[in-house]
Design a protein around this ligand. Structure first.
Ligand code: FAD
Ligand code: NA
Length: 381
């Protein structure tokens, strides 16, 4: 007897399933349309190199949430990997996010923190107090024209495939500039990569006698044994797929950005010396190159080969993987209509990134699931 159906084996669904099985004694059936668990955090071993590759883009685990950190450590340990990002602009490599090292390299200067702060403040005053009318003006008002043009403008244009002058200012609310030489990417208390890889972590989460996993089944598209029409109203459901699709796009589709990945095996043991290299300029069509071996310097990877992935960004079409919510005005209007429909859908809980139309990092998806578990366990049809 199934007490709960969880649609989607991403971290939201896996956390709900694990908690409901182990804490509430429920029999949980997890279904996913993909052939694997883990959602977008899934990784696999590249057949040509043996290097672990994150299939849906680079995934770095980081959190300052004690409860989440304690919870994830039940299933995996984490390495001491510390994430750093660099960017290439006009044939020169700079550290990211913009910090005193970036500023002094860019201006060929040796400014102190206070002097750099004063320079950026002066350059950022270009608008003379006028409210930014678009993303371009917003960027200038945050970091000044020179740094914005070099490091933000081209990258943003590629991410959105749109001239930043035609994008709303609201896309960027702040651009962190560090007035010291700290180029550690995340500010969180804990960070690292799962020692045995992402898949081992996720497999341990569902390794419970009360959890059954069924892969390759789409809940919204028959045929399939576990679908919306056969399940909703019969058994409580946690739905972590796209909320608009659940309601057949009743008030219109929500818009997303997607990524295209181009994988290459190169015949060198080190292609770029770091895991993530951004490309800030528009004459390079991709936004960044990931070199996966650098996520696990502690592993014995081959020294004559490496696997790299070029990342391209664009608006998602109907059949593309939805990655980042666009969150335009029409999206926000539609989302509130879908939230109403979701509230009225008896016995169904909508959660996760797609179910709530919200970008969630892994730790946020887990925290949200841990918070909502009691509510899920109390679902009645
Ligand atoms: P998902 O992981 O998207 O899982 C949802 C699952 O539901 C999927 O497996 C999908 O196949 C399934 N599903 C959808 N519809 C149906 C259906 N109709 N029937 C059956 N199954 C269905 N987080 C970090 O912490 N650090 C990072 O560095 C990071 N990088 C990221 C990079 C990218 C490009 C993206 C997109 C996300 C990144 N994330 C990162 C976030 C992370 O991947 C997850 O989005 C997050 O953990 C939320 O998990 P989720 O369970 O809500 O959603
Ligand atoms: Na509901």
């Amino acid at each position: 007897m199934t007490d709960l159906v969880v649609v989607g084996a991403g971290l939201y669904g896996l956390t709900v399933a694990e908690r409901c099985a182990s804490q509430h004694g429920m029999n949980v059936l997890v279904v996913d349309r993909r052939p694997h668990i883990g959602g977008n955090a899934y990784s696999s071993v590249d057949p040509d190199t043996g290097i672990e590759v994150h299939e849906y883009g680079a995934h770095l685990f980081h959190t300052s949430h004690e409860g989440v950190w304690e919870y994830v450590n039940r299933f995996t340990s984490f390495t001491d990997y510390v994430h750093r990002v660099y960017t290439t602009h006009r044939g020169e490599v700079f550290p990211m996010p913009i910090n005193l090292g970036t500023i002094n390299q860019f201006f060929r200067s040796a400014l102190s923190p206070d002097a750099a702060r004063a320079l950026v403040a002066e350059q950022a005053s270009e608008l003379g107090g006028r409210a930014p009318q678009n993303l371009d003006e917003q960027g200038v008002s945050l970091v000044g024209r020179p740094l914005y043009d070099a490091f933000i403008r081209g990258y943003t244009a590629k991410q959105w495939q749109t001239d930043p002058r035609d994008l709303p200012a609201s896309i960027i609310s702040r651009l962190p500039v560090r007035y010291n030489y700290d180029n550690r990417y995340f500010n969180d208390t804990y960070e690292g990569l799962p020692t045995q890889g992402y898949t081992a972590w996720f497999e341990r989460m569902v390794d419970h006698p009360r959890i059954e996993v069924r892969l390759g089944e789409d809940f919204l598209t028959p045929p399939g044994q576990v679908t919306k029409s056969t399940t909703v109203g019969q058994v409580p459901v946690v739905f972590t797929g796209a909320v608009d699709r659940y309601f057949d796009d009743a008030v219109g589709a929500l818009s997303w950005r997607t990524l295209d990945f181009e994988r290459d095996v190169v015949s060198t043991g080190d292609f770029q010396g770091t895991a993530v290299m951004n490309y800030a300029d528009t004459d390079v069509p991709f936004t960044r190159i990931l070199e996966f071996r650098h996520f696990h310097p502690e592993r014995d990877y081959p020294t004559d080969r490496s696997v790299i992935v070029r990342e391209f960004s664009r608006f998602a079409g109907r059949d593309d993987e939805p990655y980042y919510p666009v969150n335009a005005t029409t999206d926000r209007e539609r989302l509130s209509a879908y939230r109403e429909l979701a509230r009225a859908e008896r016995g169904v809980h909508f959660g996760g990134r797609l179910g709530t139309y919200q970008y969630l990092d892994m730790h946020m998806a887990i925290a949200s699931a841990l918070t909502n578990v009691d509510q899920v366990a109390a679902l009645r049809v």
